[in-house]
Ligand binder design. Structure first.
Ligand code: HMG
Length: 391
């Protein structure tokens, strides 16, 4: 049975900070951010956007009435969930009006969570032919103001509808995962900003890629020359390149050129949004497919490297389906990115440091000047989050 991504979309809040402006304010050479790190803009969510609202905003445009009746599994991958007990998937199930006899769960393993969700969904469809699964990746990346990780923050969500006979990408069966308990990046329950050993995290990422790739190529007999493109988890746009370049050393010039030019296309959205944690790999895929001008075709093999600090990684592959390009939401994605609000430094720092109320009673929330999204967090009443739909 062929199973894979039937529909996909992403959402990012409509407020961002320009990174040249941020570098100048911090007294840093802007080239460090734009060239050294490779980032241009960074999404900054208001308190009215959280993991639930962003996930629902990503999924809403791709689901029709038939999908809502056939989705039996909703998995949200996130490391910035909004409740230690109730899953963001249960909230999203209600916001999207999915039929009641579905199961909704949240999975966590840093930026690897959505890939775990995708693999669960593939297995689920194998045993439930004709049904569908909704995989959502939603996160807000926070290291703190004026930290070395500040430039690698971001926010956003990806939604993928998984089914048999998918219209965008068929997933192949062989994949290789790897786990090693390390402290390259983590976030204890009592803090809302991540703790990171930046250099070590870069090294761990590269080591995971090379170790898993060696095993994957052994098990599949694939070499990099078999791939038309390789998509990476992108905490910032330069990171995947650090892993890919050494692996390409012994490949022909043609293969190097093909994979590197497709790598560049896969980084466009990340450069303008930042790290969206577990959705990042799938944002790279959308960036590649939306930006490509006829160099990819149906049947082409695409590789994927998923990495979640702590750490779990996985390499898997998929093939583009005939007419896949007719099912992309390129224009909507472009509109979303072009119609954002460019925050001043003062606005960015004010929005960044705002906190949600933690006391009893009703607390209406409004960020109407900035947040124009369809779903938004509208109040917290007696510690319960309530969401509204903008009409
Ligand atoms: P840093 O110490 O601020 O930066 O940390 P740096 O000094 O290493 O410089 C960065 C690059 O800019 C270097 O290039 C410099 O040479 C260059 P590279 O050696 O990397 O090619 N540079 C300049 N270039 C041009 N003009 C200049 C200039 N100055 C310097 N004037 C770091 C950077 C990314 C480590 C930091 O921002 C950080 O800690 N970020 C968060 C951690 C992270 O993103 N790690 C990535 C791997 S782990 C991962 O992907 C998982 C993650 O997504 C979490 C999860 O799984 O949930 C993070």
């Amino acid at each position: 049975m062929l199973i894979g991504i039937d529909k996909m979309n992403f959402f990012t809040p409509n407020t961002y900070i320009d990174l040249v402006k941020l570098a100048e304010h911090r007294g840093i050479d802007p080239n460090k951010f734009t060239v050294g790190i490779g980032q241009s803009k960074m999404a900054v969510p208001t308190i009215t956007q959280d993991t639930v609202s962003m996930g629902a905003n990503a999924a809403l445009p791709i689901l029709d009435a038939t999908d809502l009746g056939k989705i039996d599994l909703i998995v949200v991958g996130t490391e910035t969930g909004i409740d230690e007990s109730k899953s963001s998937a249960a909230f999203i199930h209600q916001l999207l009006n999915i039929h009641p006899f579905a199961k909704s769960v949240e999975v966590k393993q840093a930026c690897y969570g959505a890939t775990a969700g995708l693999m669960m969904a593939k297995d689920f469809i194998t045993t439930h032919p004709g049904r569908k699964a909704l995989v959502i990746a939603s996160d807000i990346s926070r290291y703190g103001l004026a930290t070395s990780g500040e430039v690698t923050q971001g926010a956003g969500a990806v939604a993928m509808l998984i089914s048999e006979n998918p219209r965008i990408l068929e997933l192949e069966d062989v994949s290789v995962s790897m786990t090693e308990s390390i402290f390259d990046f983590w976030r204890p329950n009592y803090t809302d900003t991540a703790i990171v050993n930046g250099k070590f995290s870069n090294e761990a990422y590269v080591n995971f890629f090379s170790t898993i790739w060696e095993e994957f190529s052994k098990r599949t007999s694939y070499s990099l020359a078999d791939f038309n493109a390789f998509c990476f988890h992108l905490p910032y746009s330069k990171m995947g390149k650090k892993a890919l370049l050494p692996a390409l050393e012994n490949e022909s010039e043609d293969v190097q050129k093909r994979l590197m030019s497709h790598y560049d296309l896969s980084t466009t959205y990340t450069k303008n949004i930042g790290n969206i944690y577990t959705g990042s790999l799938y944002l790279s895929l959308m960036s590649l497919l939306d930006s490509d001008e006829n160099s990819l075709k149906s049947g082409d093999l695409i590789g994927f490297f998923s990495y979640g600090s702590g750490a779990v990684g996985e390499i898997f592959s998929g093939r583009l389906v005939e007419d896949y390009d007719k099912h992309l939401l390129k224009e909507a994605h472009q509109d979303m990115l072009n119609n954002r609000y460019d925050l001043s430094i003062e606005e960015y720092e004010t929005i960044f440091t705002k906190e949600l109320p933690k006391t009893d009673g009703t607390h209406p929330l409004s960020e109407a000047k900035y947040d124009k999204s369809h779903f938004y967090l509208s109040s917290i009443t007696d510690h319960q989050r309530h969401y509204n739909e903008r009409q």
